[in-house]
Design a protein around this ligand. Structure first.
Ligand code: ZN
Length: 211
């Protein structure tokens, strides 16, 4: 579905919005995405919560229309599969949208850790947090809350060991476990945890013997 501007021939032209915009004929089902993406400057002109395609394009509201958050936000209409976009683009409005029961932890844990770390105490839930692919984000972006989230049984040592060495070296004695640290990431120990070398050297020896 295209809406060509009669003046400059561009599709979904924001500059000459008045020349092609017609709320009665616009196909919200198929083209809501273009309004949020290209015409956020004219938000008040096209916004219609009953016609907007929340199913496919909720994340575009979060990404492109964050300035108008208070006008469009509706927890019952927003597609929570796009939870990650709220965390990534609307963290300034965190208190308005946060709902731990509606939030999609599978798809948005990483963004919570990365973009909402200053709200850590409000959202942290070790049972709901997605540890498999998002352990790295905890170590990288929430290291100041290490004591609150650290759980050696939940942390994904397999793919995130290196983030402990790189971002949480100051807590080395709290997390270090030669049985669990992934020996593939010895280089990170050498680079960031040199002062603890006496403690991890045995792992290095073990890795070189089994390589
Ligand atoms: Zn135009």
């Amino acid at each position: 579905m295209t809406y060509i501007c009669p003046i400059c021939r561009a599709n979904f032209c924001s500059k000459h919005c008045d020349a092609w915009w017609n709320p009665d004929t616009f196909n919200y089902e198929r083209s809501s995405w273009s309004l949020a993406t290209h015409c956020s400057d004219h938000f008040d002109k096209w916004w219609n919560p009953n016609k907007y395609n929340w199913r496919d394009s909720s994340w575009r509201l979060a990404k492109y229309c964050c300035t108008y958050f208070d006008k469009w936000w509706n927890p019952n209409k927003y597609n929570w599969r796009d939870s990650y976009a709220l965390a990534e683009y609307c963290h300034d409005h965190f208190d308005k949208w946060w709902d731990e029961n509606k939030f999609d932890w599978e798809a948005g844990s990483r963004e919570l850790a990365k973009y909402c770390s200053n709200h850590f105490d409000k959202w942290w839930n070790p049972t709901r947090y997605e540890w498999l692919f998002s352990s790295t984000a905890l170590a990288q972006y929430c290291s100041q809350y290490f004591d609150k989230w650290w759980d050696e049984n939940k942390f994904n040592w397999q793919n995130a060991s290196w983030t402990l060495a790189k971002y949480c070296y100051m807590y080395f004695d709290k997390w270090w476990n030669p049985e669990k640290y992934n020996a593939r990431y010895i280089a990170h120990l050498e680079q960031y945890c040199a002062e603890y070398q006496a403690k991890w050297t045995s792992l290095k020896l073990y890795a070189s013997l089994t390589a």
